[in-house]
Design a protein around this ligand. Structure first.
Ligand SMILES: NC(=O)c1ccc[n+]([C@@H]2O[C@H](COP(=O)([O-])OP(=O)(O)OC[C@H]3O[C@@H](n4cnc5c(N)ncnc54)[C@H](OP(=O)(O)O)[C@@H]3O)[C@@H](O)[C@H]2O)c1
Length: 286
């Protein structure tokens, strides 16, 4: 398939590029340097020129605290950007896959959120991504909405890197224990999305590694498995971690729709083990 990919140098975008290419799709990889999705004409022209059969749109403003400080910009990039992509894809007869977030849910549930549960975004980032979902659903009937959570990836900075680096440098670790979601490995997610877009079973999907935990449990697990289990970690509550955004306290997702088409991700613990094994050479050279 000929696939136009936005955000190709981001954490998920780069894993997607690799997974799609490995499945012998033709990938037109773009990033903000080539098209800024807030620019409708540039987005429309780039997609018209590429004539893809599918557009996958992971590009986003993912700085949740930045979004809280500038909610209008969040909606511009994550909401209107998605509108531009969905319209441009529809104009050339292409399907569209929009990558969304667990933060469209308010986090007050007592069980993992299913695909058809009602969103109620608790913060500016979640709201902007919900706007992007609505635009995509409304403007392009051949859509996949893929919600995911707590990504960890090789390269760049993420929660696992921060925890492991802090432990190695002997810095004090304070980790929130009352925020729960699904840690998800970008390589597993990219494989799952690559499989999903070949099904033409359009709709809303929750693609996350199986199981959920708190940030504290995730930190403890990664430290144990990286041989840093003696590191003291102070358990704190989200109220003790002051930040501009308000994360949902419980935003675990359940993958019902993906399972129905045979797409399941392995448990998050196994994914963290694989991630750590692949990071090992880098870690040993430090
Ligand atoms: N990270 C998570 O834990 C998480 C959780 C749930 C859902 N998600 C969703 O998953 C998707 C991928 O997340 P990620 O963590 O891989 O993101 P990321 O690493 O921040 O990558 C996002 C990419 O989008 C690009 N971008 C930003 N503004 C743009 C614009 N106006 N036009 C075109 N490109 C633009 C960024 O370029 P620059 O870097 O140059 O700005 C970056 O390459 C996002 O849609 C996000 O909302 C992420």
């Amino acid at each position: 398939m000929r696939i136009f990919l936005t955000g190709a140098s981001g954490k998920l975008g780069s894993a997607l590029q690799a997974a799609l290419t490995a499945r012998r799709h033709e990938v037109i990889a773009t990033d903000v340097d080539r098209i800024d999705v807030t620019d409708f004409a540039a987005t429309r022209d780039a997609i018209a020129e590429a004539q893809p059969e599918l557009v996958i749109h992971p590009a986003a403003w993912t700085d949740v605290d930045g979004c809280a400080r500038d909610p209008q910009r969040a909606v511009l990039v994550n909401g209107f950007g998605a509108q531009h992509v969905a319209l441009a894809a529809a104009a050339v007869g292409a399907a569209v896959a929009y990558i969304s977030t667990n933060e469209v849910f308010d986090g007050r549930a007592s069980r993992p959120y299913l695909e058809y549960d009602r969103p109620n975004p608790p913060n500016a980032y979640g709201y902007s991504k919900w706007v992007g979902e609505q635009a995509t659903i409304t403007l392009n009937p051949r859509h996949y909405i893929v919600r995911t959570a707590w990504l960890f990836a090789h390269g760049g900075a993420n929660f696992l890197h921060s925890v492991l680096n802090a432990a190695r440098e002997g810095r004090q670790l304070r980790v929130v224990a009352n925020e729960v979601a699904n840690p998800t490995y970008t390589n597993d997610l990219a494989e799952a999305i690559a499989a999903l877009v070949e099904t033409e079973r359009y709709g809303i999907y929750h693609l996350v590694n199986e199981g959920a935990c708190s940030r504290y449990e995730l930190a403890r697990y990664a430290l144990e498995r990286a041989g840093l289990g003696d590191t003291p970690v102070q358990k704190i509550s989200s109220h003790q971690w002051s930040r501009p955004s308000t994360p949902p306290p419980y935003s675990a997702l359940a993958n019902m729709a993906g399972a129905l088409v045979g797409i399941r991700l392995r448990p998050w613990q196994e994914a963290v083990d694989t991630f750590l094994a692949r990071e090992q050479p880098t870690e040993q050279s430090r």
